[in-house]
Design a protein around this ligand. Structure first.
Ligand code: IPE
Ligand code: IPE
Ligand code: MG
Length: 246
């Protein structure tokens, strides 16, 4: 699907993507898993470009989960190296395209080299006003909820907040995603029908879109297809269809 065919009146403000299927792509091509991850960088480039073209404001990409630390050390090391190279190679391009970068997750658990390069890229692009690109790294939904609960417990103890103030909005303020609107659309590539601990709090009412396409084969045209599908959905938020249509 071409970007000219996308209805620009109902573009989701925030799209989140579970980029899955790199390993299977590599296997299908008779290659080592890491080549699938490498090829996945091309998909990221295309999707970031496409998101900007149709006016998506926030794009969150699940790049490495808390659970992914349990993969073989070789693969984890290769992924971290790849991440550093991708950040180094792409930062100027992102900057030129007015994209600002942000990261969510347990960044302190990442290798120092990743942390430093990431910080550099975030600082470099901080003033940009176009697409906000969020990388979820060493991230999981339960991890962030635990983080928020720990902080809140501390603030309650120090009387910085009162029990009577606890509500959804306040909890949202303690999550690392604070400031991001909830995603309207969550895309998962690679054919699995699960959320794998991604943005659990934020996807309460998100539209889900699953595709068989493996991440390294994914391109902006596929994103446009998903947005087009999203536009056919009726978001009722508990109300009746009749209430929505007036
Ligand atoms: C997604 O692809 C990338 C990461 C989780 C880092 P996978 O590596 O999970 O690919 P499959 O699911 O094994 O094909
Ligand atoms: C989810 O993919 C995590 C990322 C895409 C970063 P996985 O491949 O790790 O998910 P599961 O374990 O198969 O659910
Ligand atoms: Mg996978």
């Amino acid at each position: 699907m071409h970007f000219k065919e996308v209805n620009k009146d109902r573009i989701p403000q925030h799209v989140a993507i579970i980029m899955d299927g790199n390993g299977r792509w590599a296997e299908q091509h008779g290659l080592d898993r890491i080549f699938g991850h490498k090829e996945g960088v091309e998909a990221v480039r295309s999707v970031v470009e496409g998101a900007g073209e149709i006016g998506i404001q926030y794009l969150t990409l699940y790049a490495f989960s808390t659970e992914n630390w349990n993969r073989p050390k070789d693969e984890v090391d290769a992924l971290m190296g790849l991440l550093v190279r991708a950040i180094v190679a792409e930062t100027e391009n992102l900057h030129k395209n007015n994209v600002s970068l942000r990261a969510i997750g347990d960044l302190a658990s990442m290798p120092v080299e990743v942390q430093q390069n990431l910080e550099g890229a975030i600082t470099r692009t901080a003033e940009n006003t176009g697409l906000r690109l969020v990388l979820a790294l060493s991230y999981s939904g339960r991890w962030e909820i635990v983080e928020a609960v720990k902080k809140m417990a501390n603030e309650l103890k120090n009387a910085k907040i009162d029990k009577s103030e606890l509500n959804e909005e306040l909890i949202g303020k303690y999550l690392p995603t604070f400031g991001l609107p909830d995603p309207e659309l969550l895309i998962r590539t690679g054919g699995e029908y699960r959320v794998s601990n991604f943005l659990l709090w934020q996807i309460a009412y998100t539209e889900l879109y699953f595709t068989q396409k493996l991440w390294p084969d994914y391109r902006k045209e596929d994103l446009f297809e998903a947005v087009n599908d999203f536009q056919t959905r009726e978001r009722r938020f508990g109300k009746t269809s009749e209430q929505i249509r007036i």
